[in-house]
Ligand binder design. Structure first.
Ligand code: DX5
Ligand code: ZN
Length: 221
């Protein structure tokens, strides 16, 4: 299982996004948190910033949409240049149709679950998706403490993916750091979002390398 590390620019300096993307050269994806102040109580950025960021970096963009009505807005993020678009299943009215539209437009389609949303009702949707994102904090803010109570859901999701023989990725987001990444990897995650643990470090690129090493070693067990 190849480990991927996706720094979240939520913890970066928004006035220097091109430099902040460069500061994590070697990361697999840049994780871009889109918040609309409705689905979550915070407001970040939208399509124009994604378009500009796309031109400013070669690192592919992993857009995490914490917004209402993703059925309406998510396709625009593919057009803006996102390589992966994650919508929250709690907000989507037609998740299968939406995932198909995202894929048809040429991006990877991914479904996110808030901490209180179980994976089991969505088992039959998994073949329609390229990734599942298990939130390990309540979405909305960086720098929150990792929720250990999510580990069983990560394990159950990995079991469902394996049972269906799918190649899809399993992402974790929220409180992922040197102190928690091994637990996530052992539970079955293979894509790790880290905001404060990367951009709060003296050397963000070195932090990415350190997280990758820890997760890779934990995955082998
Ligand atoms: C939170 C966002 C995360 C956030 C993670 O709602 O979805 O991507 O940036 O930040 P850390 O890694 O600091 O918890
Ligand atoms: Zn996120």
């Amino acid at each position: 299982m190849a480990v991927q590390i996706n720094p979240s620019i939520l913890s970066a300096d928004f006035a220097r996004l091109a430099d902040e993307a460069e500061a994590v050269r070697g990361a697999d994806w840049l994780h871009v948190d889109v918040m609309d102040n409705h689905f979550v109580p915070n407001l970040t950025l939208g399509v124009p910033v994604v378009e500009s960021l796309r031109k400013a970096t070669d690192t592919p963009l992993d857009c995490h949409l914490m917004i209402e009505d993703p059925d309406r807005w998510a396709p625009q993020y593919v057009e803006a240049g996102a390589g992966s678009v994650t919508f929250h299943v709690e907000a989507a009215s037609a998740p299968v149709r939406l995932a198909r539209e995202i894929r048809a437009k040429g991006a990877r389609a991914s479904m996110a679950l808030r901490p209180a949303t179980p994976i089991e009702p969505y088992e039959d949707l998994l073949p329609e998706l390229d990734m599942v994102l298990i939130m390990t904090v309540e979405p909305g803010f960086g720098g929150q403490a990792f929720l250990d109570v999510m580990l069983p859901k990560i394990r159950r999701t990995r079991q469902l993916i394996d049972r269906h023989g799918l190649q899809m990725w399993l992402q974790v987001d929220g409180g992922v750091s040197a102190a928690t990444i091994e637990r996530c990897a052992e539970a079955g995650a293979d894509v790790f979002v880290a905001g404060s643990a990367v951009y709060g470090a003296a050397d963000p690129a070195e932090a990415v390398r350190g997280l990758r090493k820890q997760a890779s070693e934990a995955c082998r067990h």
